[in-house]
Design a protein around this ligand. Structure first.
Ligand code: UD1
Length: 422
């Protein structure tokens, strides 16, 4: 019988010391897809050692890239020798949402691609209508057959596109497609997450012409399909992993320097942490965090950047579970994203959900129990809760955590947590 790995956490010392934040999952996967846009040798550094990088490597290798991952150095060497196979098969697409990010690069550069439609995931259906509508405005045609989207365009042309909602994935696909379109494309109500800015910087270093980077209106002046060149690029630090170490420090009342965390990338969240009584002090190379004796409850609403990201939410709910008072958390991006609340309840948390809202009444202490990780961020939040749950918390389905966290257990252990992978 195969025993799957689990994470065991016991309450222990207050966390102390310093921890390095690795590169961002939500950036590196898109940067890897951007390597489809020019022939030659690319290098990505500050690459996190996470399972999604391996999955994306499998997908891009199937399309025709040659990828070497040096885990010790945190470096990807990617060779694009051309002759790509313009198909993204279901077995790979269904494993990560970011696989849809090959659409813009391949359609823009080669005028054709066949991609399996991404399915839903643990927190609900995730359509791609905004991606397809924007590309249609740029002259693409689509047909959906046998679960695949077939996309065609002789040559995309520039367009003025206004997104209904600042979707991260749609903004990225439209941006990358627009790089090769004839003429100028304007994307209004664009998402402006730091990971999108990172992608824009890489594209510009490859020779793309993009204005308004980091704003809600991005303008792309198209270049010829063979005009881009390969580049070397360092992945932006991961604000969600940073938030995880801040939350872990805060809940234990510890003191930790979260190195490489970029305060400007998480300003709203830092304000909310401050409201909860957590000291978060920007330093020249990170954020110094000092947790309070007792956390205070607050209300939090998730929004696109620069708002409090939905990906932080499970961490916030975990903190509110042991805070003084009642906090209401409102989810505006993914209505179904409260599944993990049942797992926190198993630890003794007092949480009621009502549609988009979670009402969290702080309890004096949580008590350890076996729980299941329902997705990446929720899994990390259960680990954080386990740091202060009496007895032992054992988290199963840790493959979700491994998708997006680079050695969460080792990093927390180095800060003094009583945690192990078993
Ligand atoms: C990305 C992140 C994810 C994060 C999310 C929001 C990656 C790999 N994932 O996901 O971690 O939680 O941003 O910050 O980067 N929508 C539509 N139609 C579309 C596109 C999106 O209705 O065509 C909806 C989605 O269902 C969702 C909302 O818009 O309710 C936000 O989605 P989007 O911003 O596109 O998120 P992702 O790029 O999928």
């Amino acid at each position: 019988m195969v025993t799957l790995p689990r994470i065991r956490v016991r309450p222990g010392r207050k966390l102390s010391g310093s921890v390095d934040v690795p590169g961002a999952k939500n950036s590196v996967l898109k940067l890897m897809a951007a390597c489809l846009m020019a022939d030659g040798d690319f290098t990505l550094t500050n690459v996190p050692d996470i399972d999604d990088v391996a999955t994306m490597s499998d997908l891009l290798s199937a399309i025709g890239l040659d990828i070497r991952h040096d885990r010790t150095l945190g470096r990807l060497d990617i060779n694009n020798a051309g002759g790509l196979h313009l198909v993204a098969p279901y077995e790979l697409v269904e494993r990560i949402r970011a696989s849809i990010n090959v659409l813009g690069p391949l359609l823009g550069r080669f005028g054709e691609v066949r991609i399996a439609l991404p399915g839903g995931d643990d927190f609900g259906s995730r359509p791609i209508d905004m991606h397809l509508n924007g590309l249609t405005q740029m002259g693409a045609e689509f047909s959906i057959r046998h679960g695949d989207v077939h996309a065609f365009a002789d040559r995309l042309h520039g367009a003025d596109i206004t997104l209904d909602f600042p979707s991260v994935g749609a903004t990225e696909n439209l941006l990358t497609a627009a790089v090769f379109a004839k003429g100028t494309t304007t994307i209004d109500n664009a998402a402006r997450e730091p990971e999108i800015v990172d992608l824009c910087h890489m594209l510009v270093s490859m020779g793309a012409s993009i204005e308004g980077i980091g704003s809600t209106t991005v303008t792309v002046h198209g270049v010829e399909r063979d005009a881009l060149r390969p580049t070397s690029h360092a992945v932006v630090p991961d604000r969600v992993q940073a938030a995880t170490y801040i939350a872990a420090t805060a809940i234990t009342g510890g003191e930790v320097l979260v190195r490489h965390a970029i305060p400007e990338h998480m300003e709203m969240l830092l304000r909310r942490f401050d409201d909860m009584g957590v000291t978060v002090e920007p330093q020249h190379n990170g954020i110094l965090v000092v947790g309070p004796e007792k956390l205070k409850s607050i209300d939090v609403v998730t929004l696109p950047f620069p708002g409090v990201a939905t990906d932080y939410k499970p961490l916030v709910v975990a903190l509110l579970s042991v805070a003084d008072g009642v906090g209401i958390v409102t989810e505006n991006l993914y209505p179904g994203r409260f599944r993990y609340v049942d797992e926190l309840r198993r630890l003794g948390a007092n949480i009621r959900t009502d549609g988009h809202h979670a009402i969290v009444r702080g309890v004096p202490r949580l008590s350890g129990a076996p729980v299941r990780s329902p997705d990446i961020r929720a899994g990390a939040a259960l680990v954080v809760a386990g740091l202060v749950a009496e007895g032992e918390t054992v988290i199963s389905d840790v493959h979700h955590i491994d998708r997006g966290y680079d050695d969460l257990v080792g990093r927390l252990e180095s800060l003094g947590a009583d945690i192990a992978r078993i």
